[in-house]
Design a protein around this ligand. Structure first.
Ligand SMILES: [Zn+2]
Length: 78
């Protein structure tokens, strides 16, 4: 369990930060779910190398990792 400080800050447990890619500098969004709060990463990051990428989140890989996947594993985008 964590305590909220007087500025409203809490520390997100390390294991949750690592699992959800919440490294330093990441932008997060808060969603009121009625019975609690959901915190989600607002930026899109490559699932392999964690580089910040732009565009849709349906295929969250950077161009370099896509190219590597295609050449090394024969995976096609789409
Ligand atoms: Zn990548």
């Amino acid at each position: 369990m964590r305590k909220v400080d007087k500025l409203g800050r809490i520390v997100i447990p390390l294991e949750l930060r690592e699992k959800h890619g919440l490294c330093e500098g990441v932008t997060v969004e808060f969603f009121d779910t009625g019975d609690g709060i959901t915190v989600k990463c607002a930026d899109t990051y490559c699932k392999i190398c964690h580089k910040k990428i732009s565009g849709d989140s349906d295929f969250p890989l950077c161009d370099e990792c896509i190219a590597r996947a295609v050449t090394e594993y024969g995976i096609e985008k789409g």
